[in-house]
Design a protein around this ligand. Structure first.
Ligand SMILES: CC(C)(COP(=O)(O)OP(=O)(O)OC[C@H]1O[C@@H](n2cnc3c(N)ncnc32)[C@H](O)[C@@H]1OP(=O)(O)O)[C@@H](O)C(=O)NCCC(=O)NCCS
Length: 173
């Protein structure tokens, strides 16, 4: 499926040549408005080492334009997805570290990245694709709702200063 080009951005898997410093800068930049809202998502301030840890066991897809990383998402297969009753299910995969460069948002790149995760989840044998986000991020909850992700449950992570909602989409019809 990858690499593929969309709106001048090449989507491909993260490679050994990519820099976790650059990936982390992109995450900090994209997540900055959430930090401004007082929502301490890990991706607002995590170190490059933490980014690397969070990519371990994940399939990370990046968007590249003119040699720069401009978008990313990390897909976690079912056996790497856990932390709440729903996320602990063996048929639930998930995604996180989801970001598009602020100058390239609202062009459909994020939607393409979610499609990539759905593709990877189906290939992994998952029945559901889940995510979690702050219960206070209304714009993200409605963004995901429009993409057929529904509220499942609340979860409180140790590393965040808010309660999260787990949302999920069925992949089987
Ligand atoms: C969340 C995020 C990754 C989405 O990426 P994106 O590329 O902007 O997403 P899309 O372009 O697919 O969709 C965004 C909006 O643009 C709309 N859109 C998509 N294509 C469009 C187009 N061609 N023209 C106009 N609008 C379009 C979508 O319908 C959506 O509308 P909405 O705001 O009314 O919901 C991005 O906004 C981001 O990096 N945010 C900061 C970090 C973050 O919040 N991460 C998620 C934490 S859980």
């Amino acid at each position: 499926m990858l690499p593929t080009s969309f709106n001048g951005v090449t989507l491909r898997e993260l490679s050994d040549q990519d820099s976790f410093e650059e990936l982390t800068e992109l995450l900090h930049l994209a997540y900055a408005p959430l930090a401004k809202q007082g929502l301490h998502y890990l991706a607002t301030h995590q170190s490059p080492g933490k980014t690397k840890d969070r990519c371990n066991g994940a399939k990370t897809v990046v968007g590249e334009r003119d040699g720069k990383l401009v978008a990313t998402v990390s897909f976690y297969p079912c056996d790497k997805t856990d932390g709440s009753p729903w996320l602990d299910r063996i048929d639930v995969a998930s995604f996180g570290q989801f970001a598009v460069h602020p100058e390239l948002q609202r062009l459909g790149i994020g939607s393409k990245l979610i499609e990539c995760c759905e593709f990877l989840a189906i290939a992994d044998g998952a029945n559901h694709l889940a995510l979690d986000t702050s219960e206070n991020a209304g714009h993200l909850i409605s963004y995901y709702s429009k993409k057929s992700f529904a509220f499942i449950e609340h979860v409180q992570w140790q590393c965040t200063n808010y309660r999260s909602v787990v949302m999920s989409k069925s992949l089987r019809f």
